[in-house]
Design a binder for this molecule. Structure first.
Ligand code: ATP
Ligand code: MG
Length: 353
């Protein structure tokens, strides 16, 4: 097949890890006879430097017409001046909004050889393989009113947790479809004992579940979910939840995997190609040294093949090669080893079959 992939290397270690993932995609393309066409555009701080705009119109247009977008990271100390009117992060937020990606997917798999790298260091992590589906465009982050005013001589601040049935339905449905490709279990996380929006969330989730009789649905209160993530993480397959609950739970889940450098993400909406990026930031402290762990971005490329191009076998080949490289001792510095970004990438490419 032929696919147009837009690359947004961005700032800091972004260009280093994106280049690593492109090498892996090229190797996969050669092996399976696919033609991936890569075109690079500006975003974030480097876009501000060259154009004054963290998300040039040209970049957004290219992303909208691409089959998929692979992004590195944006931001860094150079653009951290709080008085600046344009900031690199606006580029990423604008892109998510411009693509209308309402679902953020973060898989967490714990490699048995990396259990020691996680603060939990326990057999409880054996076999952890879960994915958090976070609602990204609604909920407490965007509900209206959102305001400050004065009441009885003091300031008051208001945030609103708001969801429509349609917004809940599309994200829960996506979680069920994912579960069908996995272990057929959905854990819908809410706070239905307190929040009205959560009670609606539960109703809609129950309704969606009727269309998927082969998938098990459980409702979990968010406080219980936070506890279970560290005590019995293997009990989860697909977790689906509200925007802010998801923000908190994905950071908690990330710790299980040992290093931020390991974890991929996808942001989807079904209409455009999807946006893929590692969960880590631009890591200015190690940028330009060639020592960044490329695995989070390489696994994001695997997700891109799976969700935007429908290339499941190819996605699995990448995941298997990463697993095997780790099993055989390949480690970048964040994992306690000394491989460079290039050497780690090579170790993975050699193991593609
Ligand atoms: P942002 O605000 O952009 O999300 P952040 O402040 O959360 O960034 P990161 O840039 O993700 O932070 O970096 C946090 C720490 O993790 C840094 O010490 C960084 O060097 C390290 N780190 C992040 N990604 C990687 C990677 N791919 N390989 C190695 N170390 C990494
Ligand atoms: Mg961060």
């Amino acid at each position: 097949m032929k696919a147009n992939i837009v690359l947004l290397p961005g700032d800091g270690i972004g260009p280093e890890v994106v280049s690593a993932a492109v090498q892996v995609l090229e190797a996969v393309g050669q092996h399976y006879d696919h033609k991936f066409v890569f075109t690079e555009y500006l975003i974030g701080g480097s876009a501000i430097d060259k154009t004054g705009n963290p998300l040039p119109e040209e970049t957004l247009q290219a992303c909208r017409s691409a089959d998929a977008v692979l992004l590195g990271a944006v931001g860094g100390p150079k653009w951290d001046d709080p008085r600046a009117s344009v900031r690199p992060e606006q580029g990423l937020l604008g892109l998510r909004k411009g693509l209308g990606v309402f679902a953020n997917l973060r898989p967490v798999r714990v490699h048995p050889a990396l259990i020691e790298a996680s603060p939990i260091k326990s057999d409880r992590l054996l076999g952890v393989d879960l994915i958090v589906v976070r609602e990204l465009t609604g909920g407490l982050y965007f509900g209206q009113p959102k305001k400050r005013d004065w009441v009885d001589g003091q300031q008051r601040a208001v945030d609103t947790l708001e969801y429509t049935e349609n917004e809940i339905e599309r994200i829960v449905d996506l979680a069920f479809r994912l579960a069908r490709q996995r272990r057929r279990k959905v854990s819908s996380v809410d706070k239905a004992n307190v929040l009205e929006s959560s009670r609606l969330w539960r109703e809609v989730a129950n309704r969606v579940a009727q269309r998927y009789p082969d998938v098990t649905l459980e409702h979990v209160l968010v406080d219980t979910a936070a506890m279970r993530l560290v005590s019995v993480p293997q009990s989860f397959d697909v977790i689906v939840t509200e925007n802010m609950f998801g923000d908190i739970l994905t950071d908690e889940a990330a710790v299980l995997a040992g290093s931020m450098g390991m974890l991929p993400s996808a942001s989807l909406n079904g209409q455009y190609g999807g946006l893929y990026e590692p969960i880590h930031g631009s890591a200015p402290d190690i940028a330009g040294q060639g020592i960044a762990n490329p695995i989070g971005t390489i696994l994001s490329a695997a997700m891109l093949l799976r969700y935007s191009l429908g290339l499941e076998q190819e996605a699995r080949a990448i995941e298997k090669a990463v697993d095997q490289a780790i099993t055989e001792g390949a480690r970048t510095r964040d994992l306690g080893g000394s491989l460079t970004t290039t050497a780690m990438t090579q170790a993975i490419i050699e193991r593609l079959d």
